[in-house]
Design a protein around this ligand. Sequence first.
Ligand SMILES: [Zn+2]
Length: 326
Amino acid sequence: MVEPLSAIRGQDRAVALLRRYLASGMVPPGLLFFGEEGIGKEKAAMAFIGALFCRRRTADGACGGCPECRRFASGAHPNLLRVSPENHFIQIAEIRALKEELSLKAFSERPRAALICPADRMTLQAANALLKTLEEPPPSTHLVLVAHRLSELPPTIISRCQKVPFATLPPEEVVEILRGIPSVGKRYDPVEVRAAAACAGGSPGRALLLLEETGEERQAWVGLFSRMDPAGIAAAGEAWKKTGERKGQIAVPLSLVRDLALLSSGVRTDIINEDFRDMLGAIAGRKSPYGWAGAFQALLSMSRLPPQAQKRLAMEAFLFGVHKKD
Ligand SMILES: [Zn+2]
């Protein structure tokens, strides 16, 4: 399915900008969609590219029914080239392959687009290799870069793109979006959904990860929080180093520490890990509400670290922070 622009929730500013580009017929050759992970940038990029390709475009983007839209919806539109990391980073070879393809004659005279996502995972060499194409793309070719962290992109890339900013959403909006996903309504209690939205930092994608984490992993974390001895901390740090890169892994401790902060300040509602309430209640008393709130903030900022950052050290520091009296 090609989604209309109105399917992009809570991003009025970005969507208005995209509508203006389409209406004016002056779509910049290089666009940079940026903002937190999980707030709809890639979805918006696909809706926008779908609108660019559509033969019967409406004010709301792609029509969804023309041959171009049907081809786009099948996931195999020959004029859409996608670049994503093969192994954590987008390497120079992938950018060279993209340039090679762009240098060939287009499938048709219709617009062509390259979607680079996440662009902030390009190595410096890959980014440098892209500069000239960004400056002078082949005719009717658009480069759409999607980046979660602007600070990870070289200024030379940023300055060659028109920026499309995406904002984090208020928790109510995150709840609405989650409720709109059929599987979420079936599997989760409304209280759980609200709680996940409350600690997702305005990102529906992150809230979804929070919901999807498994009980097994929660059990391990609750065990660690309840023992909290230096040897256990070191072992957890080591394990984190091995698996900490997995997407959304921090969601579990985040949801638990959020609950601990609520329980320690006497709040009894909106607990995400309802099934662990008794154990968490016992752990919560070990620190002040202020101490738990600080721990939550520390984890939240860790979840925003780029993947190559020293997460093991950050995790150990966090755990020792939880361990010590405040
Ligand atoms: Zn169409």
